[in-house]
Design a protein around this ligand. Structure first.
Ligand code: PEP
Ligand code: MN
Length: 293
């Protein structure tokens, strides 16, 4: 690891791993993230209707997901794209929790919506476009719910941890980090999954780290392999987009798994998760040299 990182953690000390700190376990509803379990969060990009969400929820819980995802407030690059159902979407998420027992993760885009989203969500998602919305991060410090913080698409890991520190310094240390791919010159994938972020973040911070292979890949055929890579790299879980009919999805259909595709992905993960039980070699050392191109 770049030696620049060695001992430079005072700027994000509340989320840094120190000799005497233990890894954080974050509780979202009845689910623990950061313990021995590999926690899979799955569901549609956006909540579109009760039927769509309940059908997805029943399929993902049967396949082993523990948390249901679904956006009610959608940050879309185009102002003409579907912006989400708002409170109606939150109510549908609540109904899905009642029917399946799944905990709920959903995005909050604005500090004005923090209270209403916290009424319905077990885990408050901060999207890539909001990672540096400091007014929102400050409000999440007092929201009384854990936060799923996604890495900004052009953010360094240091900036990512600064944003986590903003939430922590404002009173909330229940934070899960999510690597979801970054912008690079590559266009074959929607974003470039920075898999090294997983061991780096697990080494320098005490927070759980999950991977979103869907927004990294941008196409559904690459999602299972990126999920396997995340499992082997030591991630604490996944955030995956799943839709009953992806070709009709109102957002991110191309990268959404079908219900069968999700079940297959979960089955295929088993041997890779079993590898994690093997005796581990020591993790990355903070003092290793950086190197040049
Ligand atoms: C999402 O999870 O649907 C989403 C909008 O993700 P990101 O913020 O990573 O683009
Ligand atoms: Mn999406």
């Amino acid at each position: 690891m770049n030696p620049k990182w060695n001992g430079q953690f005072s700027c994000f000390d509340l989320v840094a791993r120190t000799d005497d700190s233990v890894s954080s376990i974050v509780r979202a509803g009845n689910v623990e993230i950061g313990s021995d379990d590999f926690v899979v969060m799955a569901g549609p990009c956006a909540v579109e209707s009760e039927r769509q969400l309940l059908q997805t929820a029943e399929a993902v819980v049967a396949a082993g997901a523990r948390i249901l995802r679904g956006g009610a407030y959608k940050p879309r690059s185009s102002p003409y794209a579907f912006q989400g159902l708002g409170v109606e979407g939150l109510k549908i998420l609540r109904k899905a929790r009642e029917e399946t027992g799944l905990a709920i993760v959903t995005e909050v885009m604005s500090e004005e919506d923090v209270d209403v989203v916290a009424e319905y969500a077990d885990l408050m998602q901060v999207g890539t476009r909001s990672m540096q919305n400091y007014a929102l991060l400050e409000r999440l410090g007092g929201c009384g719910r854990p936060v799923l913080l996604k890495r900004g698409m052009t953010a360094t890991l240091e900036e990512f941890l600064f944003s986590a520190q903003v939430i922590a310094v404002n009173g909330n240390r229940d934070i899960v980090l999510c690597e979801r791919g970054i912008r690079t010159f590559e266009t074959a994938t929607r974003n470039t999954l920075d898999i090294a972020a997983v061991p780096v973040l697990k080494t320098v911070s005490r927070l759980p780290v999950i991977v979103d292979p869907s927004h990294a890949a941008g196409v559904r055929c690459l999602v299972p392999v990126l999920a396997r890579v995340a499992a082997v790299a030591g991630a604490d879980g996944l955030l995956v987009e799943v839709h009953p009919s992806p070709d009709q999805a109102m957002s991110d259909g191309a990268q959404s798994l079908t219900l069968d595709g999700f079940r297959d992905m979960m089955d295929d993960l088993e041997p890779y998760l079993a590898l994690r039980d093997l005796p581990r070699r020591p993790g990355p050392q903070l003092v290793a040299a950086g190197g040049t191109d």
